[in-house]
Design a protein around this ligand. Structure first.
Ligand code: CP
Ligand code: NVA
Length: 321
């Protein structure tokens, strides 16, 4: 989106004041809302697997804006809307006038006249904030450079399923402290999961994220030693070293992240840990082939759970459950 810095126009002159609840990061949900979304996700998952109808959003439409590629986010939202009896419209890069000069505030106001909710995947988190400030329907972050709350909902749900709750679960993050890690840190705080994060120096989560985590529970411990982070953890979670949009930094990052691969050697320090990854995975970089293909990897369940948790989120945001 070319003009994320476009000032918010005076919305009172031309449009109703926005009233929708937006989810730009996971702490836009209260603790009760998070619990409700996870509970509804469990109901939807059970219904989906039993082939029972649960079309609670008939005739509703989700607009999906993507500045970056996606496999899971697009498919899970799109199939999820179908299962809920609604429809999703995919708007890929270059599909709208956003990439040809139409300002974000105008786009947000027009989309709000057609669709019931917007999901957007963007580079600049500020573009989402501008969209949310001007939309009168819920705006959901489908990944920005700073946050990935929909991933965190699936991650928490997957941990809950694996351990039967969050009490006494200790998690380790190994790798880049950017978008997926940052939302996971806040989500763990909200859920009461004890998290230690190991990143190379200079790749730690932002201070404001740690402050927000502290605000909602306990801030994670942040270290620069993967072995320290994974020691006796129940969950070891990693993400790619080169995020979308960072392709030019590839060589530097491969050097910076040497020693941060999740592999059998590292996992020897957490013999019972489940291995998580948001995917896509780059075998031989952030995770070894063996670690990803091992029985302890719960990454495919994590991917499936994107659909169930996002369906639940949309149903709650649209007042259908
Ligand atoms: N984990 C995740 O968001 O995957 P996609 O990039 O395929 O959507
Ligand atoms: N950190 C990764 C997550 C992909 C789902 C990226 O931003 O590309």
């Amino acid at each position: 989106m070319s003009d994320s810095t476009e000032p918010k126009p005076n919305a009172t002159e031309s449009t109703p004041q926005p009233t929708a609840q937006h989810v730009l990061d996971v702490d836009d949900l209260s603790d009760d809302e998070l619990a409700a979304v996870l509970s509804t996700a469990a109901e939807f998952k059970q219904a989906h697997h039993a082939n029972e109808p649960h079309a609670v959003l008939p005739n509703r439409t989700l607009g999906m804006l993507f500045e970056k590629p996606s496999t899971r986010t697009r498919l899970s939202f799109e199939t999820g809307m179908t299962q809920l009896g609604g429809h999703a419209v995919f708007l890929g890069p270059d599909a709208t006038h956003l990439d040809h000069g139409e300002p974000i505030p105008d786009t947000a106001r027009v989309l709000s006249r057609y669709v019931d909710a917007v999901m957007a995947r963007v580079f600049d988190h500020g573009a989402l904030e501008t969209m949310a400030a001007n939309a009168t329907v819920p705006v959901v972050n489908g990944l920005s450079d700073d946050a990935h709350p929909c991933q965190t909902l699936a991650d928490l749900f997957t941990i809950y399923e694996e351990f039967g709750g969050f009490d006494d679960v200790t998690a380790a993050w190994v790798g880049d402290g950017n978008n997926v890690a940052q939302s996971f840190a806040v989500g763990c705080a909200m859920a009461g999961i004890d998290l230690t994060m190991a990143t190379p120096e200079g790749y730690e989560p932002d201070d404001d994220v740690l402050a927000r985590a502290a605000d909602r529970g306990t801030a994670p411990a942040v270290v620069n030693d993967p072995e320290e982070a994974v020691a006796d953890a129940d969950v070891v979670y990693t993400d790619v070293w080169v995020s979308m949009g960072q392709e030019d930094e590839r060589e530097a990052k491969l050097g910076d992240f040497a020693g941060f691969q999740v592999n059998d050697d590292l996992l020897a320090g957490a013999p019972d840990a489940a291995v998580m990854h948001c995917l896509p995975a780059h075998r031989g970089e952030e995770i070894s082939h063996d670690a990803l293909e091992s029985e302890r990897a719960i990454v495919w369940e994590q991917a499936e759970n994107r659909m169930h948790t996002q369906k639940a989120l949309l149903a709650h945001l649209l007042g259908a459950v």
